[in-house]
Design a protein. Structure first.
Length: 468
């Protein structure tokens, strides 16, 4: 009896063992780790756009991910990983099971730009693709599969893979105008402060005109190239605080983009002289003015006595051009490194704008728009003509906040500075807090950074200006 019972037990044990072995043999192999998609989060910085984050979609839910899980190489640069975490498809951190991993990296000037600069056209465009290599440093899991160290994923991020959160809230359209039988088309984008339409009154409007490098047919290039997003509340350095009161939610922002450059004479060339006028008339003057006035007419919440026009370089030129051609429409102007040649400005033209409210910004070391040929003599002539509400801020160099130690390039010789032409960085970093003491100016030769000693906040001043 005992022998028979023992045999039964042994048989059962063998059966169970065989069943376990059979089950093990039938277990599927762990699924291979695959990357399904990659998104590049594009963000605007003082020098232009960069990619501070990529969002990687794996083949299954991820776990055990942290900032030490990966190393990242983007383009030709190794990036410092600041954080890595499970996220939703847009890169927002989540505690739920998800297939997405967001990897944040440091950002420095000259690294991970999604732009390429065409030396011939002197304009920016989107890079066809950005190479990204994600290498595993420490094991993590995708589903039940362990992704071990030394595995790497390489991919190219193209146009369809870009996500630009800062410009998503802008309304974008085109404006058409026919001149000399030819149709002109420019791009337009507008931003509205939350709650503006239902606050306690009409709100001001800030207009921005881009520099030469930001022309084209994709207005995101204009919004990111000069960090126009700094004019909105969706940017760490926002000037909206100067336009926000107990009753007003802030200022509307309008940006325009020309397909070529604002100084285009109609042939694609610089309008150094317009035939029969001596002026530097732009082929795009009227379509730009139409884009502005149509936008204002369509928004009855805009205070038409508080419309402010500015821009940098080529856009600074166009700011001056519109001041000469349609100046009475605007409450104030803020030309930055403006490129309207003083030799093309007649005494009558100076007389026509001397009573306007204007604040110029210039870096003394600008070698692109040399101030001795542009803003300095023009400003001196305005003072001599009796202008009483014109201001000028002159910096010695252009310093940054997003990258306090930018690494050279573009002819920079002074450590920790950007090229002098990029003085819009100073403006958009809200660092225009001093101005030239006009009482110390007897000629254009007196305009130097050392005379920029008077307290004066450009954005605060701008917010206080009203059309007479």
């Amino acid at each position: 009896m005992k022998k028979r019972l023992s045999a039964v037990v042994t048989a059962i044990a063998l059966a169970l063992c065989c069943a376990a072995l059979l089950a093990a043999c039938n277990d599927p192999e762990p699924a291979p780790v695959e990357v399904k998609s990659v998104k590049a989060i594009v963000w605007g910085y003082e020098w232009g756009p960069a990619v501070p984050k990529v969002v990687v979609e794996f083949s299954d839910n991820v776990s055990d991910v942290n900032k030490d899980t990966f190393s990242v190489r983007m383009g030709s640069k190794n990036r410092t990983v600041l954080d890595a975490y499970a996220s939703d498809k847009d890169g927002n951190k989540t505690t739920e099971a998800t297939k997405f991993v967001a990897v944040e990296t440091d950002v420095k000037y000259g690294e991970s730009s999604p732009f390429v600069y065409d030396q011939q056209s002197q304009m920016n465009d989107w890079a066809t693709s950005i190479s990204v290599r994600l290498s595993v440093k420490n094991e993590f899991k995708v589903g039940k599969t362990a992704c071990e160290p030394n595995k790497a994923f390489t991919f190219s991020v193209g146009e369809k893979d870009r996500v630009i959160p800062q410009t998503a809230s802008w309304k974008k359209d085109t404006v058409k105008f026919t001149k000399d039988g030819k149709e002109q088309v420019i791009q337009r984008a507008s931003w509205a402060p939350a709650g503006a339409e239902s606050d306690g009154g009409k709100n001001p409007l800030i207009i921005w005109l881009h520099g030469m490098g930001e022309g084209g047919t994709d207005i995101d290039i204009a919004l990111l190239g000069n960090e126009v997003t700094a004019l909105t509340s969706e940017n760490e350095t926002s000037v909206q605080k100067y336009f926000t009161t107990d009753t007003l939610k802030g200022a509307y922002v309008l940006a325009l983009q020309t397909p070529t450059m604002w100084m285009d004479d109609g042939t694609g060339s610089f309008n150094h002289n317009s035939p029969g006028t001596g002026k530097q008339l732009s082929y795009y003057t009227e379509v730009a003015y139409k884009a502005i006035t149509e936008y204002v007419s369509a928004n009855d919440d805009i205070d038409t006595n508080r419309i402010y026009l500015g821009g940098c370089s080529n856009g600074g030129y166009m700011t001056m051009n519109l001041a000469f051609e349609h100046g009475d429409y605007f409450a104030a102007f803020y030309p930055i490194c403006e490129a309207y040649n003083n030799n093309k400005i007649s005494d009558a033209m100076i007389e026509s704008i001397k009573d306007y409210n204007m604040w110029f910004v210039q870096s003394h070391d600008d070698t692109t728009v040399v101030p001795a040929n542009f803003v300095y003599p023009t400003y001196d002539r305005l003072l001599k003509a009796g202008a009483n509400n014109v201001h000028l801020t002159v910096t010695d160099h252009v310093y940054g906040k997003d990258d306090p130690h930018p690494a050279g390039g573009w002819g920079v010789t002074v450590p920790d500075t950007y090229m002098g032409h990029w003085v819009w960085i100073t403006a958009f970093n809200d660092e225009i807090k001093k101005e030239i003491d006009n009482s110390a100016i007897s000629s254009a030769a007196d305009i130097v950074p050392e005379k920029c000693t008077k307290d004066g906040n450009m954005w605060k001043w701008l917010s206080e200006q009203k059309k007479a």
